[in-house]
Write a protein that binds this ligand. Structure first.
Ligand SMILES: [Zn+2]
Length: 295
């Protein structure tokens, strides 16, 4: 599943292709891939200038210019929508196997192509999703707080301050890894970067901040803050990690999987102490860590 660095890499690839252009057609090949208000999606994403391509947590965002006030087609379409303001954002949730690719005008749809957006220059944005868990939705400023996932997303690890980060985790009763994976605590971290950042910070994935002294909590969480940000930055520089499905917008693989210290290295030597790495289930997910180096 693409995590923060992979979605950031996809956004970087899409930016020069999409910014300043407009979608002139949308082909919904699988209606289940469009979530949220369908009136808003069908009528309001077309013929608006794409202002920026961004990211929030693991969501890929395409921002659209504010529509004209006298846009009667949209207003009529929104008569039955849940809010009366017009969408200014498309949010893609890639989940397990969602991919976004840019193609030339003559590219035929693939077996797993769920949505095709045509740009005003003829280029096409494909949303492919083999397992169909991914989705796209059109959101307006008023509808964003009504989408629970959006409304409860935690802060961005690359934007939050150190003290704020420590306060997020301090005293919590859940296992450290479960907290990192919880999108309402902190956004964008999944199995890969949870395992990698906990290894680098020397923290066992199954320990609970509630069991630490105030001093230990400040020290450990301060170190985790530095290591999590560092591993995310390193991965973004390497264009993300490609395991199984992930590719960037040009179809290229990332390279950070070659720098994994624990993820996917079950039973192999710890890069620090040379002992065999341990595997356990933490927060329902396969977790690899070093019993010597992580306390
Ligand atoms: Zn070790």
């Amino acid at each position: 599943m693409p995590e923060l660095p992979e979605v950031e890499t996809i956004a970087c690839g899409l930016r020069p292709e999409l910014e300043g252009r407009e979608f002139v057609a949308v082909d919904v090949r699988n209606s289940g891939s469009v979530h949220g208000d369908r009136h808003a999606f069908d009528c309001c994403v077309l013929n608006r200038r794409i202002t920026t391509v961004g990211r929030r947590g693991k969501l890929l965002l395409i921002h659209l210019a504010a529509p004209e006030d006298d846009d009667t087609t949209c207003k009529a379409a929104l008569e039955f929508a849940e809010t009366s303001d017009l969408p200014d954002m498309l949010a893609f949730h890639l989940r397990m196997s969602g991919r976004l690719f840019m193609y030339d005008a003559d590219q035929p749809a693939g077996v797993h192509t769920r949505l095709i957006f045509t740009l005003d220059n003829g280029r096409k944005l494909f949303f492919d999703d083999a397992r169909k868990f991914g989705s796209c939705r059109a959101l307006s400023p008023d509808s964003r707080p009504l989408w629970k996932f959006w409304a409860t997303l935690g802060p961005e690890p690359l934007e939050i301050g150190r003290k704020e980060f420590i306060d997020l985790f301090r005293g919590r009763r859940k296992a450290m890894k479960a907290l990192l994976l919880d999108q309402t605590v902190i956004a964008g971290v999944g199995n890969i970067y949870a395992d990698e950042s906990l290894f680098r910070a020397g923290i066992r994935p199954d320990t609970r901040p509630a069991e630490w002294s105030a001093q230990a909590a400040a020290r450990r969480l301060g170190r985790l803050y530095d290591e999590l940000r560092e591993v995310l930055h390193e991965s973004i520089r390497e264009c993300g990690s490609s395991i199984r499905d992930y590719r960037d917008a040009k179809g290229d693989a990332g390279a950070f999987q070659n720098s994994f210290r624990v993820y996917g290295r079950s039973g192999q030597q710890c890069v620090v102490c040379k002992d065999a790495l341990t595997t356990a289930k933490v927060a329902g997910r396969t977790t690899v860590y070093c019993v010597n180096c992580q306390k």
